[in-house]
Write a protein that binds this ligand. Structure first.
Ligand SMILES: [Zn+2]
Length: 188
């Protein structure tokens, strides 16, 4: 397979994340392969950021359902970059259906709120996921100037593929940390 690598520059503004609270939720909802195919077609390239978005979006959606959230779910994300597309595909909260707003704060943090009873959850990346995302971006930068199909470039691309595979398939609790914001309106 000749994978086209486009480094995800928009994902560069990263990222001091703190895992919060002690009510963290580790769901087991790993997105199915079909969702990733859909995401790749929608987003236009494969990158750690869009995969993160899918993981955050699906984990948050499942956690909010489990928390008894009612009515339409709306998403707020705090960085305008690749994860936004993953969230739209995986959580079904889209810009067009007015279920997604983005605030530029350089934070990879998703707050999903149930409009019916205002229950809300917050999803962030784990330290490991965050570090692997940064690593894949660095590998992409190294690969870009190398001749296509050179052994060196193929090696880097294989390393990136391994990272993407892990980010796509690792248990949710290893990639995402979800916290319930019980009944607190997520508008700060
Ligand atoms: Zn991307």
């Amino acid at each position: 397979m000749n994978l086209k690598i486009v480094p995800c520059v928009a994902f560069a503004g990263v990222m001091a994340l703190v895992v919060m609270g002690n009510s963290s939720y580790a769901g087991d909802g790993t997105p199915p392969p079909a969702l990733y195919s859909q995401l790749e077609a929608f987003h236009g390239h494969v990158c750690a950021g869009s995969i993160f978005g899918a993981r955050l979006g699906l984990a948050a959606k499942e956690a909010l359902k489990e928390a008894g959230g009612t009515g339409k779910f709306t998403a707020r994300y705090y960085d305008l970059s690749c994860p936004v597309d993953g969230i739209q595909v995986a959580a079904g909260t889209t810009y067009g259906n007015k279920a997604l707003t983005v605030q530029e704060r350089d934070e990879h943090r998703l707050v999903l709120t149930a409009s019916g009873n205002k229950r809300a959850v917050e999803a962030r990346l784990t330290k490991k996921a965050e570090e692997l995302g940064l690593k894949s971006r660095d590998l992409g930068k190294k690969a870009k100037p190398l001749a296509a199909n050179s052994p060196e470039r193929l090696n880097l691309e294989m390393e990136m593929e391994d990272i993407y595979t892990w980010l796509k398939t690792a248990p949710t609790g290893e990639v995402v940390s979800v916290t319930r914001l019980n009944g607190i309106k997520a508008s700060r």
